[in-house]
Design a protein around this ligand. Structure first.
Ligand code: DC
Length: 204
């Protein structure tokens, strides 16, 4: 198979991460969760660092921080993601990753629109806010966090609002993206739909 880039965008907790990992494994290509870059910058901001400086000096080790998955860091990530200088500082790393010779899957918010507008395949993975909050709640309770549906739904909606309404690289589907709504799909069906969409794009 010739090298190709698959861009997977969508709102928080729609299933992008799971789908991206499975698609990358299926096609034998590398995967970058670009949200981790913003989370690493958000985590540094919470520790008192200037977010622009943190983005410019980001190192591989920063992505290993186990705290990056918390709701607090997610909100901080969404806040630093508004800053154009932060986005600019993270651009080259993402584009270089996308050009890897073996092909790559990148998932995030602006991969198909800004980072890789010429990606061979673009998917937009979404689901209703309520379904996303329910899934995220199950995940958090599983990991021992003490929270409830209303709090998680409010978090999801706040992040949607910030991600979709920022001036620089807002979350939206690229014109040529295939949308996959996972609201009524289980994990296996969502992965199968994504793989089928990639194969259809590559065939056509
Ligand atoms: O995918 P995630 O939930 O880990 O992303 C965390 C935040 O980072 C998200 O709310 C917005 C920001 N983000 C972004 O602005 N652009 C990306 N390509 C990926 C994430």
């Amino acid at each position: 198979m010739s090298p190709f880039t698959i861009a997977i965008d969508g709102p928080a907790a729609a299933g992008k991460g799971t789908i991206s990992k499975a698609v990358a494994a299926h096609f034998g290509v590398a995967h970058l969760d670009t949200g981790l870059l913003y989370r690493a910058v958000g985590a540094r901001m919470l520790r008192g660092d200037d977010p622009i400086e943190a983005a410019r000096k980001l190192e591989a080790d920063d992505l290993e921080n186990p705290d990056l998955r918390t709701a607090e860091v997610a909100q901080a990530a969404s806040r630093v993601a508004i800053i154009p200088e932060v986005r600019a500082a993270l651009l080259d790393f993402q584009r270089a990753f996308a050009r890897r010779s073996g092909g790559a899957v990148l998932d995030g918010r602006d991969i198909g629109t800004v980072i890789c507008p010429r990606a061979e395949v673009k998917l937009f993975v979404t689901a209703s806010a309520e379904i996303r909050a329910r899934r995220r709640l199950a995940e958090l309770l599983d990991h021992g966090f003490d929270t409830d549906f209303e709090a998680v739904l409010a978090d999801v909606k706040a992040r949607d609002d910030r991600d979709m309404n920022r001036a620089d690289a807002p979350l939206r589907p690229a014109e040529d993206a295939v949308t996959i709504d996972t609201s009524t799909l289980d994990v296996d069906a969502a992965i199968a739909a994504a793989i089928a969409a990639v194969e259809a794009r590559r065939a056509g």
